[in-house]
Design a protein around this ligand. Structure first.
Ligand SMILES: [Fe+2]
Length: 170
């Protein structure tokens, strides 16, 4: 189930993970989008990130942004509205949180797997597999992005297969 939910990239972040979310969003505007606090960041950030430059050559990136989750929030099970997949990195300044992918088991119970973010590490994230976030008592900051192609035009599996063929995964 795990590979259908998320996959860790081998190449560590050289730019995004070295910046603080405060720095990245300094000139940005926070907006509420489906209950998420989102702030776009300058294209120059991901255009200087080697892994994202490579992926952008095949799957063009529309925008990179920071998602802020406030303390003591559970963002409920959902599929994203238009994104097939994203590439995520959790900033180190975040506190204790869980990012879970679920599958219905017997109508009462859901099975889940956890994406345990490692420092400075990007993950391909299947936003069309049921997922949720449980955030504890500090703000949580995640880098994420939107590809130009929507879920009707590209799938997680297509992006996964290409990245896998390019040797980008562990
Ligand atoms: Fe989501």
């Amino acid at each position: 189930m795990i590979d259908q939910c998320f996959k860790k990239f081998t190449q560590l972040s050289e730019i995004v993970g070295q910046c603080s979310p405060t720095m990245l969003t300094y000139n940005g505007t926070w907006e509420n989008h489906y209950g998420l606090n989102i702030c776009p960041i300058p294209d120059s950030v991901w255009k200087n990130e080697p892994l994202l430059v490579k992926i952008n050559s095949k799957f063009p990136i529309l925008v990179g942004f920071v998602i802020k989750t406030t303390p003591n929030i559970l963002y409920i099970w959902h599929l994203d509205g238009s994104r097939a997949a994203s590439i995520n990195l959790r900033f180190e300044s975040s506190g204790h949180s869980h990012s879970l992918f679920g599958e219905s088991d017997d109508g009462f119970n859901d099975k889940f797997v956890e994406l345990e973010y490692e420092p400075n590490t990007f993950y391909l994230f299947n936003t069309q597999h049921k997922h949720c976030v449980i955030n504890f008592n500090e703000s949580r900051y995640v880098f994420s992005l939107q590809f130009v192609q929507t879920k009707d035009e590209v799938s997680y599996q297509e992006i996964y297969n290409w990245c896998n063929g390019e040797g980008l995964f562990e």
